[in-house]
Write a protein that binds this ligand. Structure first.
Ligand code: ACO
Length: 322
């Protein structure tokens, strides 16, 4: 994982807008987040830092990687995607690089794509990255406070490799979407629907800011998170009691608490680090996985469950036998 150096606390934000540590902590569980530094951190660059660490820990070099899957909603450029920018940052071969646009579910969608390539035998070693710079899309003002206090910047990565060990690895992934909710959590501009992608008055009108219907997101998240986890467990003939570690997308501590309660999991089986990083969208699961691994919470043969819900709406789960 890699997170930018700059720590931004709730009190720092309260100096810029009408909010408070108390409001943010109570509603989201977030205490601080990281903000990128222009000229130092980029989505592809942070992804590369995380990838270097993942490769080193896996005992691999960039030359060993057959394919890159890069999940982000905040690509360095509108096009091309950040996957190719990562490809040129480290000494990879001229391998394929696929950007995945599935927002908060991006890492699990990416994992699922990589899993299929490995299971069909097309590739042996795949790098899956989630990386986001979000601090510059929100307005640090009263107008932008409902979203700007929630999100942060950072990156995480994993190396997936084919294995012959029976029962090991990614057991199953489940992917869902319902585009009827697309406009409940979205950023319309600069999109291709209008003849003029930008106009000067868009900034003034706040049209370049993302929109979130917080209540809709909350209601659907607490419904679909447990549902998609149970769906994956059922396919594998497993139950909630078999989960050794749940790594949910770090959307909001209250959403995580609701899932934990619904699935009847004790604290030690649920990873939550949103207080340190806020919601880092596609990066949140690999960052949480990395920290859990570093803290000795991931053991050989453990059943790791990852799950996400977010913009789209899209939601997904993955079961991994470590
Ligand atoms: N600080 C202080 N006050 C604020 C802030 C802020 N940062 N943001 C909004 N408010 C105000 C509102 O203006 C409103 O004021 P009003 O009553 O005078 O109109 C008041 O607080 C309550 O606003 P609500 O939107 O009703 O607040 P709510 O209690 O619903 O909490 C929240 C908002 C935290 C977004 C909640 O709806 C929620 O948890 N939703 C889930 C969304 C979420 O977690 N998204 C994560 C990202 S998406 C994803 O990853 C899936």
């Amino acid at each position: 994982m890699y997170v930018p150096e700059q720590v931004v606390t709730n009190d720092d934000l309260a100096k810029l807008m009408n909010t408070s540590d108390e409001w943010i902590t109570e509603r989201t569980g977030i205490k601080e987040r990281r903000f990128f530094k222009e000229g130092v951190d980029t989505v592809s660059g942070m992804g590369a830092r995380a990838a270097e660490q993942a490769l080193q820990r896996a005992g691999k070099t960039p030359q060993d990687v057959d394919f890159i899957v890069f999940a982000t909603l905040s690509s360095d450029y509108n096009f091309p995607g950040s996957g190719v920018l990562l490809q040129r940052t480290l000494p990879f071969r001229q391998i394929g690089a696929l950007d995945v646009r599935a927002q908060c579910s991006g890492f699990i969608y990416g994992l699922s794509v990589a899993d299929q390539y490995i299971k069909t035998g097309m590739y042996k070693t795949i790098l899956v990255v989630g990386s986001e710079v979000q601090s510059n899309v929100f307005e640090l003002s009263d107008r932008g406070r409902n979203m700007s206090v929630i999100f942060g910047d950072g990156a995480g990565a994993v190396v997936l490799e084919a294995t012959d060990e029976p029962g090991k690895g990614i057991l199953h992934t489940v992917l869902h979407s319902d585009g009827h909710f697309a406009e409940e959590l979205y950023l319309e501009h600069p999109g291709s629907r209008r003849k003029q992608r930008f106009s000067p008055d868009m900034i003034e009108k706040g049209e370049l800011l993302p929109y979130m219907n917080g209540k809709q997101v909350f209601m659907n998240a607490v419904k679909y998170f447990p549902e998609v986890i149970r769906e994956a467990l059922a396919v594998c003939n497993l139950t909630e009691a078999d989960i050794d570690l749940l790594i949910p997308h770090q959307a909001n501590a209250r959403i995580t608490a609701a899932i934990q309660k619904e699935l009847n999991l004790p604290d030690e089986k649920v990873v939550s680090n949103i207080h340190k990083y806020g919601n880092t969208t596609a990066a949140s699961i690999p960052i949480a996985l990395c920290e859990a691994w570093e803290e000795g919470r991931v053991h050989d043969n453990d059943l790791i469950c990852m799950a996400a819900f977010g913009s789209g709406f899209m939601w997904a789960s993955a079961l991994v036998r470590w």
